[in-house]
Each structure stands twice: as structure tokens, then as C-alpha cells.
Design a protein around this ligand. Structure first.
Ligand code: ZN
Length: 415
């Protein structure tokens, strides 16, 4: 494919006019100026367009796309009244497949071409996610939710998590213990053991006792104060919430910890030591009145940070608007809690939703506009002048109709 447009390679700079050539699912050439046309046609874009990498969402729930926006409840009430009934519908395999496909379509429409997410606790949920990825090959890490207590009995499972790796490595499975309250000691211990064994990518290797490649583990941590209190009551011998996970070997550089709103210093130190990724979900935190995220602590300890929509606690799937939500939360924190609060620049936020999130999820060839990177790209057509405020304008005025083409794995896709 040959794409023409301004090249959004570095969000700190005004993008220069240029072109991108892809072959198969890879970017093979990038050039500035007019595209070299030897009787060749431009497949997408034009001189007035912008080419940028597709967005990556580091936290969402595939079975919750149809219950976005059910407001007025605390986290625990919302789980009981909204989330668990929605997830129970996936007991019907055809519903699971249909809703997964619909979620993928909506991600594609929003420009999200890579993600980390949760399924339900049903075994066939992994199959549904993999099957739908054959039609819309998003890059992803998804896992069957693991939980064996404090939830409706229909949703409780044991650790027989289906682990899967799609043949072309586009969709990997992770271990997803929902959160400490929904998991017994036994389940957490089994999950930790499984996590540290790694991904058994071939039966032969497993038989030979070799370690597999590293799995990802996704879970929630300290989203609300009430949850933290309940975890303390359930696990009185642990120093703190993060300690419960750590005791079972769940914290590593491949651990994605969503929220992290109510942590003590010792927990932050532990997360830094284990090199976990913290996934900030500002929209969800505001929606459920969970708390105000502390970006300064993250920066002081050089903790890796990713950004997630957290559909359905977060109501907005569009990553530029999630980025705006992060900036707004930081501004609010600066005005009301701490005048020294760091407010991310537009360029910082844009980097997070592209290259930053890609790196956090191990998609090291994604989220960037460079030769050798995966051809997962967006072509934008914006209604304003391209100047030094381009990224700020994109983030603060973002609309889906800025996207004129989506290139997924080197193929033009219609949303
Ligand atoms: Zn979540």
C-alpha cells in the first residue's frame, strides 16, 4: 500500500509532508515530500492528510461494551447490578462471539488497533476472542477472568484458564484474576504458579520441562477505598493489598495493574521494585467516583505507566479522549489537591496512547511510524490548520470522523 500525508513521527514536532509504503503487514519505506509515483496509485490519504500509528488501549473489558454509561453506583454495586449480569450472558457462546466481534468493530472505528483486555470467566470466551480476531485482526492480549468467590456462582471458575496464542501471534492470552476480593488464596497461588511457568508455546517444550515465553497477567489494584478495607479484612496477615499479590508471585514486569488509586508508599516501592506496569484509567475513576490518580508518585519512582479506557467503567473508547481525561484529572488535582501536580503535555499523552502503551504491552513494533514497524496505521483528515498546536488540538477536540482510513496489518479496513 502507498499512503500519503504528513508524517506524525514525533508528536513534539509539526509533521512534515511525506508518504509511507507498506508490504504485507510491515512498513517498508517512509519518505518526505511527494510520493514516488511510477504509474502507482495512492491507496489512502493525500497531501492534506496526516498519517499516524493506530492507538493502543491498555485496559478494557470486552463483555461490557453494551453496558457503558450505567451511572449512580459504587464499584461493588455496579459490579453486582450491571457487570455480572452482562458477563453472565456470555454463557451462551453465540452471544460471546457476537459481542466480541461488535467490540472489535467499535475499537477499529475508534482507531484502537491494539489492546489489553478482560473476557468473562467462561472457558469458551477465549475461543470467541480468537475467532473474532480472524475477521478483525487487532493486536491484543486478552484473558479469561479468574474468580472463585464473592460473585454470582454462575461466574465462578477454577484455574483452567484457556491459554492461547493465535498462529500469527496477533492475539495472546493472559491470566486475569479479577481482583483480590474475588479470588481465594488457592486461586491466587495457582495463578502465580501458572504465571511463573510461562507460556507453553509447544507441547514438546512443555514435555521437556522447558519454560515457555513470558505470559502477561492483568488485574485490578486499589480502585476504591472500600475495596482496600475489605482486602485488609480478608487478608489480615499481609502488610497491604499489593502484598497479597506479591506473596503469590503475581507482580512482575509483565503485570498490568489497573487503577492503583489508594496505595501506601510501601506499595508504590514494591510496584517499582517489581517493575510492574500501572494502567491509569481516568474516565473510569471519575465515573465510579473512585479517586484521583497521583501522577507525581509514578514519576518520582520511574514506574512504567500505561493508559486505558476501562470500558465499561470508563465510558469513552476513543484513546485521544482518554488522554484528554488524564490531562483534565491532573489539572483538577493541581487545582484542588497539590499545586505541584504534573500535568502531562499533549505530546506526552499522545506518546502514551501510541508507542508508550505498545511498549508496555510488549508490542515493540507497534505504535510507531518507522520502517520495520507493523502497518497498523490511521490516516487523519482534520478540519483545522496543522501548526505547533496540532497534538493539543487533536486531543482536546477529538472526533472519530477525523479518521479517514484505517490500515490494520497492512490492509485497508472499513469500520
Ligand atoms: Zn477494569
Amino acid at each position: 500500500m502507498l499512503l500519503q500525508g504528513r508524517l506524525l513521527i514525533d508528536p513534539e514536532r509539526i509533521p512534515e509532508p511525506g508518504w509511507v509504503r507498506t508490504e504485507g503487514d510491515v512498513i517498508v519505506e517512509i519518505g518526505e515530500g511527494d510520493p514516488p509515483l511510477d504509474g502507482e496509485m495512492i491507496d489512502a490519504g493525500g497531501p492534506e492528510c496526516i498519517i499516524c500509528p493506530g492507538f493502543i488501549d491498555a485496559h478494557l473489558h470486552l463483555p461490557q461494551f453494551d453496558v457503558v454509561g450505567c451511572d449512580g453506583q459504587s464499584l461493588m454495586q455496579w459490579l453486582d447490578n450491571i457487570v455480572y449480569p452482562a458477563e453472565m450472558k456470555w454463557a451462551d457462546q453465540s452471544v460471546a462471539i457476537r459481542q466480541t466481534l461488535s467490540a472489535y468493530r467499535r475499537m477499529l472505528a475508534s482507531g484502537t488497533l491494539g489492546f489489553a483486555g478482560y473476557l468473562t470467566s467462561h472457558h469458551h470466551a477465549v475461543m470467541a476472542a480468537t475467532k473474532a480476531a480472524h475477521q478483525i485482526p487487532l493486536r491484543g492480549i486478552v484473558g479469561q477472568v479468574l474468580m472463585d468467590q464473592m460473585a454470582p456462582s454462575e461466574l465462578l471458575n477454577q484455574l483452567e484458564a484457556r491459554l492461547n496464542r493465535s498462529e500469527k501471534g496477533r492475539l495472546d492470552t493472559s491470566l486475569n484474576p479479577r481482583f483480590a476480593l474475588a479470588c481465594s488464596e488457592r486461586l491466587l497461588a495457582q495463578t502465580g504458579q501458572r504465571f511463573n511457568e510461562g507460556f507453553p508455546f509447544s507441547f514438546k517444550q512443555r514435555e521437556a520441562g522447558e519454560m515457555g515465553t513470558r505470559l502477561f497477567l492483568q488485574t485490578h489494584l486499589a480502585e476504591t477505598e472500600n475495596e482496600v478495607t475489605q482486602v485488609r479484612e480478608l487478608y489480615p496477615d499481609d502488610d497491604h493489598y499489593a502484598g497479597v499479590y506479591d506473596r503469590h508471585g503475581l507482580l512482575s514486569e509483565n503485570t498490568l495493574l489497573a487503577h492503583c488509586l489508594h496505595l501506601c508508599d510501601a506499595e508504590w516501592d514494591l510496584i517499582a521494585k517489581r517493575d510492574c506496569v500501572v494502567v491509569h484509567c481516568p474516565g473510569a475513576n471519575t465515573f465510579l467516583l473512585s479517586g484521583v490518580f497521583d501522577l507525581n508518585t509514578i514519576r518520582e519512582r520511574s514506574i512504567r505507566l500505561a493508559l486505558g479506557s476501562d470500558i465499561a467503567a470508563g465510558c469513552d473508547l476513543a484513546m485521544p479522549r482518554v488522554a484528554r481525561s488524564m490531562i483534565e484529572m491532573a489539572k483538577m488535582r493541581r487545582m484542588t489537591i497539590d499545586p505541584k501536580t504534573h500535568v502531562p503535555s499533549g505530546a506526552e499523552a499522545w506518546t502514551m496512547i501510541t508507542r508508550g502503551n505498545a511498549d508496555a504491552l510488549g508490542f515493540h513494533d507497534m505504535g510507531r511510524l518507522e520502517v520495520g514497524a507493523s502497518a497498523d496505521l490511521l490516516v487523519l483528515r482534520v478540519p483545522f490548520e496543522v501548526d505547533g498546536y496540532l497534538i493539543d488540538k487533536l486531543i482536546h477536540t477529538w472526533r472519530e470522523n477525523y479518521i479517514s482510513s484505517r490500515v490494520l496489518r497492512g490492509n485497508s479496513m472499513h469500520s
